[in-house]
Design a protein around this ligand. Sequence first.
Ligand code: CA
Length: 233
Amino acid sequence: MSQPSIMIVEDEEPLTLLLRYNLEAEGYQVSTAARGDDADLMLRESLPDLLLLDWMLPGLSGIELCRRLRQRDETRELPIILLTARGEESERVRGLSTGADDYIVKPFSVPELLARVKALMRRSAPTRVASLLEIGELSLNRETHRVKRGSRDLHLGPTEFRILEFLMERPGRVFSRAHLLDSVWGMDSDIDERTVDVHVGRLRKAINRPREKDPIRTVRGTGYSFDESFARR
Ligand code: CA
């Protein structure tokens, strides 16, 4: 399965960078445009799986671009999340009436945006966000929250579940404790990084019996990763 792709159309560069960083960490392929008219041209060349579209843009406003996209056959169904400024209730409604699928009000938290993106991806392209993650003998079902090793049901706490889901989505990639804190607990949590170790310890206890291969790899001085070789046993 190829990586789902997202295009960010936003003229505030720091926000674009923040979104790109976080979306790439989630496994999305990201393209960007800083002007509405540039985005319009790019979208005639190739289509992303989802569009994050700022309201106020130079060249062509997000609203106008959204309206145009909805008039073209190729982009009529393109999933669009509109980014709007705070306190524009009536405008926000107008945003949805121009055909955006969802909107999010600035300033927003990154985990909230990621959750919206995931939800819209799931609605619009359910095969892109598989409900069942399977690596080797380990399977994790996002819908039912059941985790199994072979035929054995594993009992994970909610945090352990999210850590495992996050790592299984990106096998082989190494994540620092700080990155895991951002992604699993949320950007503005001020939890100690050692908390990550505690939960990874619990996760290991839940999934490994003595002498079983540990799918979670500790990378000294860096963090954790889901061991790719676990798939090959
Ligand atoms: Ca803007």
